[in-house]
Design a protein around this ligand. Structure first.
Ligand code: F6R
Length: 366
């Protein structure tokens, strides 16, 4: 049932245009409207929110980190994102007008489930789950539910679950914005229009596979890698580093690029490949100056740019261009090449891609 693919992970990476379009089908085919997506009463419950609190683990937590940008900028709602296992053991100050959002592919992750229980004990009533498995524990314990339609994810490393979580969280940001009167009909229409392009842009990014594979040959010979991004693309850097360490066992770390000179720059020399997520957004100039800091120390740069970002390959600077800059949805498209890089690096190193050592698909223990 792998078809033309060697591993489930590769198959699931390639399923993303389909997984994403299935997930947003109801949104964009249903008369261009975000009302009703999150269940009866959701729009009413979003109306007087004071904030959002997102709880998740691992890759799902990174989806939450991206969502924070969307929720704060589109819905103008303060948003915190926290790892479930941290939240549940600390004395937080509950604000019952917050929306508590859990994100989980499996719906069974104990850390996230216990965080949700803790939030409910603290009196939180407005709980919403974004989940890929119907009727699993976390959605069952939540008031509102949105199911991603990624289909079964078998590879231990999460791929299509992540991108479908992202599109779901984007529609959540739109729904909250709308119920708070912060989204004009035109803005809603435009945002959904942008969303419609995402599966096609993902497909374009997938077509970069041979180029990414060539980079992977070099990464496979390294023991360390650094991933940099800024703003909405910092979580993409985190996701790239997590995928790489998880399946290829190469030590990888991610930093917001502005943090380099506060410490990690000391690690950079000719043996440190540095992956940079550099779309043509308002932070590009800043990212470029961080790239120069790396080059000045002899670090090799591997840059994921898009068709609109202006810079060229040069000595020690390798560039792969994803499709045109996709605006606020750009983190979704930029996720694809970092997944492919991890996959092909692991393949080269001969690790067990679908079942990396020491890890389980669903983490139901503490
Ligand atoms: C990484 C990965 C994990 C999961 C995490 C949460 O590739 O798969 O980090 O994202 O264990 O799992 P879910 O989303 O099932 O709650």
């Amino acid at each position: 049932d792998l078809g033309v693919y060697r591993h489930y992970m590769q198959k699931e990476i390639h399923e993303q245009p389909r997984a994403v379009s299935d997930t947003i089908e109801g949104v964009i085919d249903g008369g261009v409207d975000v009302d009703g997506l999150f269940g009866a009463g959701a729009m009413e419950a979003f109306k007087d929110l004071s904030g959002a609190l997102i709880l998740a683990s691992g890759t799902s937590y990174y989806a939450g980190l991206v969502a924070r940008y969307w929720i704060e900028s589109l819905a103008q709602l303060p948003c915190n994102v926290e790892l479930g296992h941290e939240y549940r053991y600390r004395d937080s100050i509950p604000d019952h007008r917050q929306l508590v959002v859990t994100i989980s592919q499996s719906g069974e992750t104990l850390d996230t489930m216990e965080a949700l229980k803790r939030a409910k004990e603290l009196g939180h009533g407005r709980t919403l789950s974004i989940c890929n498995v119907r009727e699993s524990a976390i959605p069952r314990a939540s008031k509102f539910v949105f199911y991603t339609r990624a289909g079964a994810e078998i590879g231990v490393a999460s791929t299509k679950a992540f991108t479908t979580q992202l599109v779901s969280l984007f529609t959540l940001a739109l729904a909250i914005a709308k119920s708070r009167g912060r989204l004009s009909a035109q803005a809603e229409h435009d945002a959904l229009e942008q969303l419609r392009f995402v599966p096609g842009s993902i497909q374009h990014a997938l077509n970069l596979e041979p180029q990414v594979q060539a980079w992977a040959e070099r990464f496979a010979l390294r023991d360390h890698a650094l991933f940099l991004g800024r703003g909405m693309h910092y979580p993409v850097a985190l996701e790239g580093a997590l995928k790489l360490k998880e399946i290829s066992y190469i030590h990888a770390e991610a930093y917001p690029a502005g943090e380099l000179k506060h410490g990690p720059l000391a690690l950079v020399d000719e043996n440190m490949p540095v992956v940079v997520i550099a779309p043509n957004d308002q932070l590009l100039e800043k990212v470029k100056s961080n790239m120069q800091e790396v080059r000045a120390r002899g670090g090799e740069l591997y840059v994921f740019a898009d068709l609109d970002s202006h810079f060229t390959e040069s000595e020690g600077v390798h560039v792969i261009r994803t499709p045109r800059y996709s605006g606020i949805l750009s983190p979704i498209v930029h996720t694809i090449p970092v997944q492919l890089l991890a996959y092909h690096t692991a393949l080269k190193r001969g690790t067990d891609v679908d079942k990396p050592r020491n890890l389980a698909k669903s983490v139901t223990v503490e």
